[in-house]
Ligand binder design. Structure first.
Ligand code: FES
Length: 203
């Protein structure tokens, strides 16, 4: 994984919208006195969603101040987890391609080649129209549906290069399909239907 650093171009300030501020205060109050730092991930995530899906440095400082944490502690969290984007991402989709072993064995290299051809040759760069960006990431927890990608909050699974390219076209049109397996199978059930316990007469 490449070094994760803050974008050199940062906004001068960041403030939660009134709705998000109210939500943040409620979230913080869910934790016992002295444990407010436990709200750091949800607050950073909400800040990212508010800020065109990437996390600016003033938002990291704001969350640290709200939770009574040292700036460096929140910076460490924001730079550790790939769920946090530290530079501007595509307006329509930022594609995280899982390339850990199960996804790699099931064809994630071919998905990365689609990203290189359709979005940008290099990860963490915007497409020419600014609508898309991509990056390789480690396991996203859907190994039984490999290969898969995550786009913002949703996962798209059981992909082939062809179905993945169609997925990107759907995001381009603004009509993303239902998240989950893109082959029609239910969740991580056997791809061809049940293989055991099929004879109900003997049950
Ligand atoms: S290895 Fe890709 S989701 Fe786990």
């Amino acid at each position: 994984m490449a070094a994760r650093r803050l974008d050199p171009n940062q906004p001068a300030a960041f403030a939660f919208t009134p709705e998000n501020l109210a939500w943040a205060k409620t979230t913080i109050s869910n934790y016992p006195e002295g444990k407010q730092a436990s709200a750091v991930i949800p607050l950073l995530w909400r800040a990212q969603e508010q800020h065109q899906n990437w996390l600016p440095e003033p938002a990291i400082r704001l969350v640290a101040d709200m939770l009574g944490m040292a700036y460096i502690r929140v910076y460490e969290i924001a730079t550790f987890y790939t769920m946090f984007q530290l530079s501007p991402v595509g307006k329509k989709a930022h594609v995280q391609v899982c390339h850990t072993t199960p996804c790699m064995l099931r064809g994630s290299d071919a998905l990365k080649e689609v990203c290189e051809r359709v979005i940008h040759h290099d990860p963490h760069h915007l497409s020419a129209d600014g609508d898309f960006s991509w990056e390789p990431v480690e396991c996203l927890g859907s190994c039984a549906n490999a290969p898969m990608v995550q786009i913002f909050s949703d996962t798209y699974e059981d992909l082939t290069p062809e179905s993945f390219e169609k997925l990107l076209e759907a995001f381009k049109r603004g009509t993303p399909p239902k998240p989950g397996p893109q082959t029609g199978r239910q969740a991580s059930c056997p791809a061809g239907g049940p293989t055991t316990l099929k004879d109900f007469a003997k049950a």
